[in-house]
Design a protein around this ligand. Structure first.
Ligand SMILES: C[C@](O)(C(=O)O)[C@H](CC(=O)O)C(=O)O
Ligand SMILES: [Mg+2]
Length: 297
C-alpha cells in the first residue's frame, strides 16, 4: 500500500464509503477525541468555533488563524487514529496562504478540510448579516487549495453560505462551480429544510456530494440520520454538541461548588477517576514505568 493510500485523506474517503451518512463528531481537544474514537465514530471534526471559543475564549468571527488551528489539530491527531475534518474558515488569506494551510494540514495529519465563501470578517453560518465573496473569488480559493495538495487523497469540502444570501438556486450554482474547481464535497450551510439538501445532492456530481451541519440551536433543525440518509446526504456534522454539553456541565459544577462549598451533590455529573484512566490507558503507562524501572527499586 502506498503512503497516500493509507493517509488520513484516504482514511477519510474510506470512512465515507463505510458509513453513510458519515457521522463527523466535533471534539475540542485530544481527550474528547479519544472518547469519541472509543465510542465508535469513524471521523472527527475540529470546529473553527471550537478553536475560537474553547481554546482562546473568542467568538467565531475570523479572529483565530492558521497557526491556532494547526496547534489544536496536532493535539487531536497525536491522540487518535481517526481522520479529522478541519474547519479552516475562509482560508485565512490569499492563494499562497491557502496553499501553506493545505500543506500544514496534511503534514499535521488532517484528512479533510472545509473552506467557506464568506468574506474574511466572517460570522457563524447561522447568524444574520453574513457576507460572501464572489463566486469567482471562492473558485480561486478552491483552486489554490486543490493545487497545493501534497496528498492526492486529501479531501476538500467547499462550504457555501450563499443560501441565506442568494437563495437555493444561487447556492447550488456556486456549489457546482466549486466542485468543478476541485472540491470533493459541498457543505450546504444553514439549510432549513430537508428538501434543500436533496436539491444540492441532485445537482452535484461527485461520489459524496453533500455535508449537513447539524449544529444545535441554529437555523438547521436537528434532523435525524435517517432523514438525512433519505435525501442523500453523505456526511452529518455535529460540530459542538459535546462542547456545549461540557460547557453546561462545567458551569453547573462551578456554581455548585461556589455555592455549597463542596462537590457533594454534583459528583454524579462528573466522570470518575476510573473512567478517566480507562480512556487514557493510564494503567498501561504505570505498568510500563514499573517494568522499565523495577531494577532500580
Ligand atoms: C460549523 C461551524 O462553522 C463551526 O465552527 O463549528 C459553526 C457552528 C456553529 O456556530 O454552530 C457554523 O455553522 O458556522
Ligand atoms: Mg466554523
Amino acid at each position: 500500500m502506498s503512503a497516500s493510500q493509507n493517509s488520513a485523506g484516504a482514511r477519510f474517503r474510506q470512512a465515507l464509503v463505510e458509513e453513510s451518512p458519515l457521522q463527523v463528531m466535533g471534539t475540542i481537544n485530544a481527550y474528547t477525541a479519544m472518547m469519541a474514537e472509543r465510542t465508535g465514530y469513524k471521523a472527527l471534526y475540529l470546529a473553527g468555533a471550537g478553536v475560537a471559543n474553547a481554546s482562546y475564549g473568542l467568538p467565531d468571527l475570523g479572529i483565530t488563524n492558521l497557526t491556532d488551528v494547526l496547534t489544536d489539530l496536532r493535539r487531536v491527531t497525536d491522540a487518535t487514529d481517526l481522520p479529522v475534518l478541519v474547519d479552516v474558515d475562509t482560508g485565512f488569506g490569499g492563494a499562497f496562504t491557502i496553499a501553506r494551510l493545505v500543506r500544514g494540514l496534511i503534514k499535521d495529519g488532517a484528512g479533510a478540510m472545509h473552506m467557506e465563501d464568506q468574506v474574511q470578517l466572517k460570522r457563524c453560518g447561522h447568524r444574520p448579516g453574513k457576507e460572501i465573496v464572489s463566486k469567482a473569488e471562492m473558485v480561486d480559493r478552491i483552486k489554490a487549495a486543490a493545487d497545493a495538495k501534497t496528498d492526492p487523497n486529501f479531501f476538500i469540502v467547499a462550504r457555501t453560505d450563499a443560501l441565506a444570501i442568494e437563495g437555493l438556486d444561487g447556492a447550488i450554482d456556486r456549489a457546482c462551480a466549486y466542485v468543478e474547481a476541485g472540491a470533493d464535497m459541498i457543505f450546504a450551510e444553514a439549510c432549513t429544510e430537508l428538501s434543500q439538501y436533496k436539491a444540492f445532492v441532485d445537482a452535484i456530481d461527485t461520489p459524496h456530494p453533500v455535508l449537513a451541519n447539524i449544529t444545535e440551536f441554529s437555523k438547521t433543525p436537528n434532523f435525524t440520520l435517517d432523514e438525512l440518509r433519505g435525501v442523500g446526504v453523505s456526511a452529518a456534522l455535529y460540530p459542538l454538541s459535546a462542547a456545549r454539553a461540557m460547557n453546561a456541565a462545567a458551569l453547573k459544577v462551578f456554581r455548585h461548588i461556589r455555592k455549597e462549598g463542596s462537590a457533594k451533590g454534583i459528583l454524579e455529573i462528573m466522570q470518575d477517576r476510573e473512567e478517566l484512566y480507562d480512556f487514557l490507558n493510564y494503567h498501561e503507562y504505570e505498568r510500563k514505568i514499573d517494568e522499565l524501572f523495577r531494577s532500580q527499586k
